[in-house]
Design a protein around this ligand. Sequence first.
Ligand code: 6PG
Length: 232
Amino acid sequence: MIMAPPKIEAFASREALFDATASVLVAALNDAVAKRGHAGFAATGGTTPAPVYDRLATLTLPWDKVTVTLTDERFVPPSDASSNEGLVRRHLLVGAAAKAAFAPLYFDGADPEEAALKAQDGVAAALPFGVVLLGVGGDGHFASLFPGNPALEAGLDPKTARSVIAVPPGSPAPDLPRISLTFQALIQASLIVLLVTGQAKKALLEAPVDPGLPIAAILNQDRAPVRILWAE
Ligand code: 6PG
């Protein structure tokens, strides 16, 4: 059933967007801890979320009851500038938030498939997520589930037993091997927040959403509520 996509919540500036996103995340995590005694948070990588994580790290949360993992990872060590683990460790797991547990997707010495299998136990400890923060690519990808990629079908399979998969490099993207949470893992969440900037990505998310875009799977599912937070 194709559902109307969630309405886009527009903010007057990126600063306002980042403030609002951090507030939504901390409320969802506090709610999950209150309900279940623990909260899992699946954090996106990319170039947008760092200011959100900087804000989130300063907010009041029983961080020792939170497990942070990633929606996806570039297959590089945390010390690499393009590492999402590195991004989260620099911007989120600092100060009081350093008390949170972290479930990595990258493991030294493992190949992508071995890493994906190894990551599943840590991700399982964070499921069901209190909240998932996703970015959206200009090609409609989310996490590391890219249009046309050989791993896309497995990644979007609602019946897969996998929560984490290896994603090979592809053309035009991704340029590096990736590790990605699967669609069925990501929707095991009390809330999915899409953090989006710019007109082009906003247009992707306005009805009618192209059903061929990976992000359409997130917008069309009815397991996890979705909020789209956007600024220019
Ligand atoms: C990554 C992300 C990816 C990202 C989108 C949007 O590892 O790059 O997880 O899915 O969220 O590509 O990226 P920007 O925030 O850079 O636009």
